[in-house]
Design a protein. Structure first.
Length: 316
């Protein structure tokens, strides 16, 4: 399979850089939201280290520019700053002797909670067979089965995601109050865990302060979010924060050309989106694509990675 993947991702000036993206690594699969658990993460890490050349993202970007990437080059990233990244993912990364970049929204460190997790945990704990949210324009949802509860959750999050920040926060708080959910305050990293990752040789990247969709806030707020997130993380690790990830990350929908310029002006050296594809040497290093295959078998995992190198990269 190495020969196959090398055909799609050769070395040198024609090299392509694949960047995989993770969020959480849970002890066990979450029946409500799915997502990665420790067993699937370790299996995928095994596929990556066996079939690809895994490089730290900062080094990989530098070599992409220089035309010196090895064939089958891959980098690993995590978004948001969940505590399980330090508690569960880090030991596995160390076991396989690979580095990852962790893009952290600084405002949720030390006991904070992202709005989507408030919604997830509230819907998880909702009682009865119906979740009535018509009064806050979020509809009424049947939640008598796990499938229905999951569908309701995803529909609610999709509506909330693109609302103005203040409106969304009010509605999220209303959901929490109506359900009277007992919400966790340990989902995100502590500052000490950020330092632990940095001291272990992992890269810490910026991801704003409160994870707004940049295209949905004015430019003053966007610039402040990006700048203050960078400053906060640099204060924690005592080192430059060189890389950035656009929240949600869809080009033209979640961030615009103005935000790319802000990232450059603030001294970041590269940035990543969530557009699919693999970067080539001439591509914009401030809009690098990312992708994570979902196949469970090694063969199809590698084929999916190879196929992704052929995707046309979307940028603003």
């Amino acid at each position: 399979m190495k020969i196959l993947s090398s055909l799609f991702s050769p070395a040198g000036k024609n090299a392509r850089l694949s960047i995989v993206i993770y969020h959480r690594v849970l002890p066990n699969p979450d029946p409500l939201v799915g997502g990665g658990d420790v067993n699937s993460f370790e299996k995928q890490l095994g596929y990556l280290t066996k079939n690809f050349n895994v490089l730290p993202l900062y080094e990989a970007i530098k070599r992409l520019r220089q035309g010196t990437l090895p064939s089958r080059a891959v980098s690993i990233t995590f978004d948001d700053g969940y505590a399980d990244n330090a508690e569960i993912a880090l030991p596995i990364l160390q076991k396989y002797n690979v580095s990852a970049t962790f893009f952290i929204a600084s405002g949720f460190l030390d006991g904070g909670r992202m709005w989507n997790d408030t919604v997830i945990e509230s819907v998880r704990q909702a009682q009865g067979e119906r979740l009535a949210l018509d009064e806050i324009n979020l509809g009424t949802h049947i939640i008598s089965t796990l499938t229905q509860r999951r569908e309701a959750l995803f529909n609610i999050i999709e509506i909330l995601k693109y609302l103005p920040h203040e409106v969304r926060q009010l509605q999220v708080e209303e959901i929490r109050t109506r359900i009277a959910a007992n919400l966790p305050n340990d989902l995100m990293m502590t500052s000490d865990q950020v330092r632990q990752l940095h001291n272990a040789g992992m890269e810490i990247g910026g991801h704003t302060v409160t994870h707004p969709i940049l295209s949905k806030v004015n430019n003053t707020i966007a610039l402040t979010e990006i700048a203050n997130g960078k400053e906060a993380l640099e204060g924690i690790i005592g080192a430059p924060v060189r890389l950035f990830a656009y929240p949600n990350g869809k080009p033209g929908k979640d961030y615009c050309a103005d935000h790319v310029e802000m990232v450059k002006q603030l001294g970041f050296e590269a940035a990543v989106s969530t557009a699919w594809g693999a970067a080539k040497g001439h591509d914009d290093v401030f809009q690098l694509p990312r992708f994570t295959p979902w196949d469970k078998s090694e063969l199809f995992y590698v084929l999916r990675m190879a196929q992704n190198t052929l995707n046309r990269i979307e940028v603003v």
